[in-house]
Design a protein around this ligand. Structure first.
Ligand code: ZN
Length: 172
Protein backbone atom coordinates (compact mmCIF):
# COMPACT_ATOMS: atom_id res chain seq x y z
CA UNK A 1 0.00 0.00 0.00
CA UNK A 2 1.17 3.48 -0.76
CA UNK A 3 1.52 5.78 2.22
CA UNK A 4 -1.48 7.99 3.02
CA UNK A 5 -1.34 11.29 1.21
CA UNK A 6 -3.31 14.45 1.41
CA UNK A 7 -6.26 13.74 -0.91
CA UNK A 8 -6.26 15.73 -4.14
CA UNK A 9 -9.51 17.00 -5.52
CA UNK A 10 -10.44 15.59 -8.90
CA UNK A 11 -10.41 19.07 -10.46
CA UNK A 12 -6.71 19.52 -9.67
CA UNK A 13 -5.95 16.57 -11.97
CA UNK A 14 -7.80 17.94 -14.99
CA UNK A 15 -5.69 18.37 -18.12
CA UNK A 16 -7.76 21.39 -19.18
CA UNK A 17 -9.87 23.87 -17.27
CA UNK A 18 -12.24 26.49 -18.65
CA UNK A 19 -12.92 29.87 -17.09
CA UNK A 20 -15.54 32.51 -17.79
CA UNK A 21 -15.70 36.13 -16.67
CA UNK A 22 -18.14 38.96 -17.20
CA UNK A 23 -18.05 42.63 -16.19
CA UNK A 24 -19.71 45.96 -16.91
CA UNK A 25 -18.92 49.58 -16.10
CA UNK A 26 -20.71 52.86 -16.72
CA UNK A 27 -19.20 55.62 -18.86
CA UNK A 28 -18.45 58.87 -17.03
CA UNK A 29 -17.13 62.18 -18.31
CA UNK A 30 -13.72 63.47 -17.37
CA UNK A 31 -11.93 60.20 -16.62
CA UNK A 32 -9.51 58.33 -18.89
CA UNK A 33 -10.75 55.28 -20.81
CA UNK A 34 -8.68 52.12 -20.44
CA UNK A 35 -9.67 48.84 -22.05
CA UNK A 36 -7.39 45.83 -21.90
CA UNK A 37 -4.75 48.06 -20.31
CA UNK A 38 -4.70 50.35 -23.37
CA UNK A 39 -5.58 54.04 -23.08
CA UNK A 40 -8.19 54.88 -25.75
CA UNK A 41 -9.00 58.42 -26.91
CA UNK A 42 -12.61 59.12 -25.84
CA UNK A 43 -14.39 61.93 -23.94
CA UNK A 44 -15.64 59.45 -21.32
CA UNK A 45 -13.96 56.77 -19.25
CA UNK A 46 -15.31 53.88 -17.21
CA UNK A 47 -16.19 54.57 -13.59
CA UNK A 48 -16.43 52.21 -10.65
CA UNK A 49 -13.85 49.74 -9.34
CA UNK A 50 -10.17 50.77 -9.79
CA UNK A 51 -9.41 52.18 -13.27
CA UNK A 52 -12.68 50.70 -14.60
CA UNK A 53 -10.89 48.41 -17.06
CA UNK A 54 -13.86 46.22 -17.89
CA UNK A 55 -11.85 43.83 -20.06
CA UNK A 56 -9.08 43.22 -17.52
CA UNK A 57 -11.69 42.67 -14.80
CA UNK A 58 -13.60 40.08 -16.88
CA UNK A 59 -10.28 38.42 -17.81
CA UNK A 60 -9.19 38.32 -14.16
CA UNK A 61 -12.50 36.73 -13.17
CA UNK A 62 -12.21 34.18 -16.00
CA UNK A 63 -8.75 33.12 -14.79
CA UNK A 64 -9.84 33.01 -11.14
CA UNK A 65 -12.96 31.04 -12.08
CA UNK A 66 -10.95 28.49 -14.04
CA UNK A 67 -9.15 27.44 -10.85
CA UNK A 68 -12.25 27.95 -8.66
CA UNK A 69 -10.59 30.82 -6.77
CA UNK A 70 -12.61 33.66 -5.17
CA UNK A 71 -13.73 36.33 -7.66
CA UNK A 72 -12.17 39.75 -8.19
CA UNK A 73 -14.67 41.53 -5.93
CA UNK A 74 -13.90 39.14 -3.07
CA UNK A 75 -10.12 39.47 -3.44
CA UNK A 76 -10.10 43.21 -4.13
CA UNK A 77 -13.13 44.77 -2.46
CA UNK A 78 -14.55 47.70 -4.49
CA UNK A 79 -15.23 49.48 -1.17
CA UNK A 80 -11.52 49.43 -0.24
CA UNK A 81 -10.12 52.92 -1.07
CA UNK A 82 -6.76 51.25 -1.79
CA UNK A 83 -8.11 50.11 -5.18
CA UNK A 84 -9.60 53.44 -6.25
CA UNK A 85 -7.98 54.33 -9.58
CA UNK A 86 -5.64 51.31 -9.29
CA UNK A 87 -4.10 49.77 -12.41
CA UNK A 88 -6.20 46.65 -13.04
CA UNK A 89 -3.06 44.79 -14.17
CA UNK A 90 -2.45 44.30 -10.42
CA UNK A 91 -5.58 42.13 -10.19
CA UNK A 92 -4.60 40.20 -13.30
CA UNK A 93 -1.17 39.46 -11.79
CA UNK A 94 -2.79 37.96 -8.70
CA UNK A 95 -5.02 35.75 -10.89
CA UNK A 96 -1.99 34.62 -12.93
CA UNK A 97 -0.15 33.76 -9.72
CA UNK A 98 -3.10 31.61 -8.63
CA UNK A 99 -3.37 29.66 -11.87
CA UNK A 100 0.40 29.06 -11.86
CA UNK A 101 0.40 27.79 -8.30
CA UNK A 102 -2.52 25.53 -9.23
CA UNK A 103 -0.22 24.07 -11.93
CA UNK A 104 -1.76 25.54 -15.07
CA UNK A 105 -0.73 27.70 -18.01
CA UNK A 106 -2.95 29.63 -20.41
CA UNK A 107 -3.82 27.82 -23.64
CA UNK A 108 -5.89 30.66 -25.11
CA UNK A 109 -8.26 33.50 -24.28
CA UNK A 110 -11.25 34.88 -26.18
CA UNK A 111 -13.21 38.02 -25.40
CA UNK A 112 -16.16 40.06 -26.61
CA UNK A 113 -16.68 43.71 -25.74
CA UNK A 114 -20.15 45.26 -26.04
CA UNK A 115 -20.16 49.04 -26.23
CA UNK A 116 -21.66 51.78 -28.40
CA UNK A 117 -18.46 53.88 -28.56
CA UNK A 118 -15.60 54.25 -29.16
CA UNK A 119 -15.05 51.84 -32.03
CA UNK A 120 -12.72 49.06 -30.89
CA UNK A 121 -11.67 47.88 -34.36
CA UNK A 122 -8.84 50.41 -34.82
CA UNK A 123 -7.48 49.52 -31.34
CA UNK A 124 -8.09 45.76 -31.33
CA UNK A 125 -4.56 44.82 -32.35
CA UNK A 126 -3.04 47.08 -29.67
CA UNK A 127 -5.38 45.57 -27.06
CA UNK A 128 -4.55 42.02 -28.19
CA UNK A 129 -0.83 42.77 -28.06
CA UNK A 130 -1.09 44.22 -24.56
CA UNK A 131 -3.18 41.31 -23.26
CA UNK A 132 -0.68 38.86 -24.76
CA UNK A 133 2.14 40.72 -23.00
CA UNK A 134 0.32 40.79 -19.66
CA UNK A 135 -0.51 37.07 -19.95
CA UNK A 136 2.91 36.04 -21.37
CA UNK A 137 1.26 34.28 -24.34
CA UNK A 138 1.53 34.90 -28.08
CA UNK A 139 -0.97 37.25 -29.71
CA UNK A 140 -2.52 34.40 -31.70
CA UNK A 141 -3.72 32.99 -28.35
CA UNK A 142 -5.76 36.14 -27.63
CA UNK A 143 -9.09 36.97 -29.27
CA UNK A 144 -10.63 40.46 -28.97
CA UNK A 145 -13.98 41.15 -30.64
CA UNK A 146 -16.40 44.03 -30.21
CA UNK A 147 -20.10 44.51 -30.84
CA UNK A 148 -22.51 47.39 -30.43
CA UNK A 149 -25.35 46.89 -27.94
CA UNK A 150 -28.22 46.62 -30.44
CA UNK A 151 -31.54 46.79 -28.62
CA UNK A 152 -29.99 46.27 -25.20
CA UNK A 153 -30.36 49.83 -23.90
CA UNK A 154 -26.83 49.78 -22.49
CA UNK A 155 -25.44 52.65 -24.61
CA UNK A 156 -23.74 54.27 -21.60
CA UNK A 157 -22.01 51.09 -20.45
CA UNK A 158 -19.15 48.90 -21.55
CA UNK A 159 -19.60 45.15 -21.10
CA UNK A 160 -16.96 42.45 -21.44
CA UNK A 161 -17.25 38.67 -21.68
CA UNK A 162 -14.09 36.55 -21.50
CA UNK A 163 -13.42 32.82 -21.71
CA UNK A 164 -10.06 31.22 -21.00
CA UNK A 165 -8.71 27.73 -21.47
CA UNK A 166 -6.01 26.55 -19.08
CA UNK A 167 -3.75 23.59 -19.70
CA UNK A 168 -1.96 21.55 -17.04
CA UNK A 169 1.76 22.25 -16.96
CA UNK A 170 3.78 19.20 -17.91
CA UNK A 171 5.41 17.86 -14.74
CA UNK A 172 8.52 16.56 -16.49
ZN1 ZN B 1 -15.04 45.84 -13.19
Amino acid sequence: MTPARKPKSEASKLQFRIGYGWDSHEFQRGIPLKIGGVRLPHPKGLGGHSDGDVLLHALTDALLGAVAAPDIGSLFSPSNPKWKGADSAVFLKEALQRIRSAGYTIANVDSTLILAAPKIGPHASAIRANLAKLLSVSTDAVGVKAKTPEGMGTENAAIAHVVVLLEKKSSG
